[in-house]
Design a binder for this molecule. Structure first.
Ligand code: FPP
Length: 475
């Protein structure tokens, strides 16, 4: 019994140590054990306990059990390092904002498989960007208590491993987006890696405006999600991006205020360093909380959400704004921490409210929807339509929209519908392809479902009057 207990004690101490490392406070000045509240003697004690536990295990334990445990420990440490390299929590939050964009940009139904691919691709791209960011900042991170235990400055991973990981995540993420979404989404993902790793990251050491550029980086993932769902960027997408932009300023400025000495040690130029009274920092944070107040009303006005969201979003922004007001009145580490924590609550709550009150995007009919419905309609039509089928009114409308289309002289009718749909794939706005209502400017409205219902009605009419081409033509 003594052996497992001894092992457990050693393991617990090491685990405790491991847990405390990522929780370093940014106010400490070094990355040594003293900052952990354990002290170097505590560290030695932990190491001694672990060593004594393992030596006892050596004498009494079975070697295979020991090997298994040590292999599991190594695997866990390995995974933990790569998780840190990807800034997994931040990358997951980024993927979540892309999912929110996808849901908001979707039509009547959400294509969950595509949503999952979009989130996964975004996660890969964000992990690549975060790894490149850490590769650039090894020396800076080593000087900061908040970041010195990251795998690169701590020496647990080398730059070649990190570069390979960045390449794998980046290529994998962008390939996933290219394969499962569209060029717009993939292009935004690629551009965002360049913006974050190539522009924002060096700018952190050059100008306080890095925070604003970083806010643009954080605003792009919801655009990616929307683009993946709808194939284009509509006003609702820009509204979501604006929300993410404004949210990041109070969030990152509060963090920069709390950790200002640490950032200065790292060589980063953050606004608080040049703002000893905190008035400018607080004013920017407060201004962006104010920008968030009417966000929900704008979303409701654009039919992105129901009007309920207007009230809820205003309440959430008001609560975060109260934190910013308190910070402005008394810019201390404590009031900055409150604002920071408030911002951490704000975003998931806002996204949850958006998901609950989302309204279908009338402009977005996914090709999955169209194909599914067309398949069903075509199957029904095949049973009813007389042969040969002549191009009817619907077809004429489609040709007006897209003059290059040709009528496939093929039977049976399912194939014909299938081929027409194949040709329509290239059209940017699927509902426009259906020609339900297209205004002078070429803006599209209506939905594929409406036209398919019309197709089914025409098919049914043709079935009632076999051979009557006029019915098919809808004339
Ligand atoms: C699709 C894609 C490429 C998305 C990228 C999204 C992304 C990485 C957003 C993060 C935005 C941001 C300013 C983080 C802070 O970085 P920091 O360098 O200040 O953080 P640190 O101080 O913890 O290193």
């Amino acid at each position: 019994m003594a052996q497992p207990q001894a092992l457990q004690a050693g393991h617990q101490l090491l685990t405790q140590l491991g847990r405390q490392l990522p929780g370093l406070k940014c106010s400490s000045s070094t990355c040594q054990a003293g900052t952990l509240g354990l002290g170097t003697s505590g560290l030695r004690l932990a190491a001694a306990a672990a060593a004594s536990a393992s030596s006892r295990a050596l004498t009494t334990g079975t070697s295979s059990g020991r090997q298994n445990r040590s292999a599991i420990r190594r695997l866990k440490a390995f995974l933990r390092d790569y998780k840190q390299l990807s800034k997994f929590r931040l990358s997951s939050l980024v993927a979540l904002t892309a999912s929110a964009g996808f849901a908001a940009g979707s039509g009547d139904s959400i294509d969950y498989a595509k949503l999952a691919w979009t989130s996964l691709g975004t996660l890969g791209a964000a992990a690549a960007a975060n790894t490149l960011n850490q590769l650039y900042e090894v020396a800076n991170d080593a000087r900061m208590a908040r970041t010195c235990n990251r795998p690169l400055p701590a020496g647990r991973l080398g730059s070649r491993q990190a570069l390979l990981f960045a390449a794998l995540c980046g290529v994998g993420g962008l390939w996933t987006l290219a394969e499962h979404t569209n060029p717009l989404t993939t292009g935004l993902g690629a551009a965002n890696i360049v913006l974050y790793a190539g522009i924002y990251t060096p700018l952190k050491q050059l100008s306080i405006y890095n925070t604003w550029v970083g806010a643009v980086v954080g605003a792009i993932p919801p655009l990616m999600g929307w683009a993946a769902a709808a194939g284009e960027l509509e006003p609702g997408a820009w509204l979501l991006a604006a929300a993410l932009f404004s949210w990041q300023l109070p969030h990152f400025l509060a963090l920069a205020w709390m950790c200002q000495d640490d950032y200065a040690r790292g060589g980063f130029r953050m606004l608080p360093k040049f703002d000893p009274t905190g008035r400018r920092t607080a004013a920017v944070a407060l201004r962006h909380c104010a920008f968030l107040l009417p966000l929900g009303a704008a979303a409701a006005a654009l039919h992105v959400t129901s009007p309920w969201f207007a009230g809820e979003a205003a309440l959430l922004a008001g609560a975060m704004g109260a934190g910013a007001i308190a910070f402005r009145a008394n810019p201390t580490a404590a009031s900055a921490r409150k604002l920071f924590r408030g911002s951490l609550l704000y975003l998931p709550l806002l996204l949850a409210a958006l998901a609950v009150h989302r309204q279908p995007n009338r402009h977005a009919v996914t090709w999955q929807d169209v194909r599914r419905e067309a398949g069903a309609a075509a199957a029904g039509a095949a049973a009813l339509l007389p042969e040969p089928l002549q191009p009817g009114r619907l077809w004429q409308q489609l040709q007006q929209m897209q003059p290059g289309l040709h009528w496939p002289q093929l039977r049976p009718v399912e194939q014909r519908y299938g081929l027409v749909l194949e040709q329509l794939q290239g059209i940017k706005c699927p509902s426009r392809a259906y020609g339900d209502s297209v205004d002078e400017q070429g803006s599209c409205s209506g939905s594929g479902a409406e036209l398919l219902a019309e197709a089914a009605a025409v098919a049914a009419a043709a079935g009632e009057e076999p051979g009557d081409d006029a019915a098919d033509a809808g004339q």
